[in-house]
Design a protein around this ligand. Structure first.
Ligand SMILES: Nc1ncnc2c1ncn2[C@@H]1O[C@H](COP(=O)(O)OP(=O)(O)OP(=O)(O)O)[C@@H](O)[C@H]1O
Ligand SMILES: [Mg+2]
Length: 469
């Protein structure tokens, strides 16, 4: 016979305890109750562990948040669902931060309770949501890991944070490379020192050089005053070199020198400056390929990859989507001062089936749009269209390479893409960031495509690319 699941319900209102007991016993759960947080903590410390805990937020003696914190310190594997009231938005968000698995807003209906039970303890074990790990980021944002692969990364972040070596963070655009870099910094002994980021793809070579290494007065026309670069400003801290794969070769040589000796000189100066900066590098390009093409120095690669973290794309960890969505909803609700709404299973399923080429960033943007517009069927239709076109593309890619037909299709697709990109660029006066927004692709994807297709402004236009903000 299957094991009977035990559920602990913690609430100071006896009517609520009775309501839950009745509903849960109907479903053949073994129910235990506690009337405040302290009693719940004691019950859990005594063991055996319940399979699930429903915990009220406001209670005398010890409230739900304190109890959750105590329980998770000792027994992080215990799944806790918060019972909240409409007015408790901020507390719900805090509970999610402390690792609550889910929340139910009182008063709730039986079918809502059933949904939570299915997600936490469901009969279909493959669909039961695992306990997720959530870590807050200083300065806002969070890191969530729910799959084995992401929990491994979370663990590795903890291990590497305090070993003062460079870390190479690889992953597609929007997978969370910057979040991981911030976590490494805030877990390290450098956490009270600056964390800075330089995007190596966003600046032309000369600007990037002065941004990184600074310059002396008179180093070039317009350099009226000396200016320190990020390496100096970030002394004793952590510097994230984003899009490292785009760094021009002569800067790669200079960077290698800093990594080896901790020394460099400002532009226009011979004197060397000593710094103590931990370098983290991130990229979404295939580094091995770039080494083979000779656009990325192999010796620099070996310096940087003392430790490498490979962040998997979202499509390879779709099991994380429901929890990512729930955490994002709770935080967005807090930002917009609304009650966190509970997402329908249809909506969550559609999200789990979508391809998410822009990864977690795209998921977040999509959710934000949905929360603003509030039309679930439109959102689901949008996702279905994306899923269908990704499937069509995959099917096309799977056609055996019988030369011409495949090539022809690819050319047509490329031409259409070039036209759309050029049109958006013209429309935005060649602002690649705005053009990317119009086309609903990431800025990175825009940069990549402009480079891939060699799209340039018309000759009579003496414009430089103006980007980002
Ligand atoms: N594990 C995660 N948990 C919670 N949020 C995440 C996670 N990973 C990414 N995000 C969110 O997704 C967005 C993109 O993350 P981030 O900027 O770190 O990606 P990236 O890999 O650096 O992207 P790019 O290559 O485009 O610079 C951010 O809003 C971030 O908060
Ligand atoms: Mg990034």
């Amino acid at each position: 016979m299957a094991k009977q699941n035990t559920i602990l319900v913690v609430d100071d209102e006896s009517s609520m305890l009775r309501y839950m007991e009745t509903l849960l016993e109907l479903e053949s759960f073994r129910v235990e109750t506690a009337v405040n947080g302290l009693e719940a903590v004691k019950r859990i410390e005594r063991g055996p562990l319940p399979d699930l805990v429903f915990m009220d937020l406001l209670m005398p003696e010890m409230d739900g948040l304190q109890a959750l914190e105590r329980i998770h310190k000792k027994k992080p594997e215990v799944k806790v669902v918060m019972l909240s009231c409409v007015s408790d938005t901020a507390k719900v968000v805090q509970a999610m931060r402390l690792g609550a698995q889910d929340y139910l807003t009182k008063p709730f209906e039986k079918h809502e309770l059933d949904k939570v039970l299915e997600r936490c303890l469901g009969t279909d074990q493959a669909n039961v949501e695992p306990v997720c790990e959530v870590e807050e980021l200083d300065g806002g944002g969070f890191f969530l890991a729910a799959t084995v692969a992401m929990k491994k990364i979370h663990n590795e972040v903890g291990l590497v944070a305090n070993v003062d070596i460079p870390v190479l963070i690889l992953g597609e655009s929007g997978t969370g490379k910057e979040i991981v870099a911030r976590l490494i910094h805030q877990r390290s002994a450098r956490k009270t020192r600056p964390f800075m980021k330089v995007n190596c793809a966003a600046l032309p070579a000369e600007l990037l050089e002065s941004e990184l290494f600074g310059y002396e007065a008179g180093a070039f026309t317009g350099a009226n005053k000396a200016k320190p670069g990020k390496f100096e400003l970030c002394n004793k801290g952590t510097l994230l070199l984003d899009e490292i794969g785009e760094m021009p070769p002569h800067l790669q040589a200079k960077l290698l020198h800093v990594l080896q000796d901790g020394e460099f000189s400002r532009l226009g100066s011979r004197a060397s400056v000593r710094v103590d900066v931990r370098v983290l590098a991130a990229t979404n390009i295939d580094v091995q390929q770039s080494i083979a093409n000779k656009t990325f120095r192999e010796d620099l690669y070996y310096r940087l990859n003392a430790f490498t973290l490979n962040i998997p794309p979202l499509r390879e960890r779709k099991a994380e989507i429901p929890q990512l969505l729930r955490h994002m909803v709770a935080r967005m609700a807090e930002d917009y001062g609304r009650t966190p709404l509970s997402l329908s299973p249809r909506f969550i399923d559609a999200c789990m089936n979508a391809p998410w080429p822009g990864n977690v960033r795209e998921l977040g943007n999509f959710l934000k749009r949905f929360l603003i517009l509030g039309d679930e069927s439109v959102a689901i239709k949008e996702l279905a269209a994306q899923t269908a076109s990704a499937e069509a593309e995959a099917a096309q890619a799977a056609v055996p390479a019988n030369g011409d037909l495949k090539g022809m299709v690819r050319n047509v697709k490329d031409d259409a893409e070039i036209q759309a990109i050029t049109r958006a660029l013209m429309q935005t006066n060649w602002n690649r960031k705005k053009a990317a927004e119009i086309l609903n692709i990431s800025y990175k994807a825009m940069l990549y495509k402009v480079r891939q297709y060699g799209i340039k402004p018309p000759r009579n236009r003496s414009l430089h690319f103006v980007d980002k903000d």
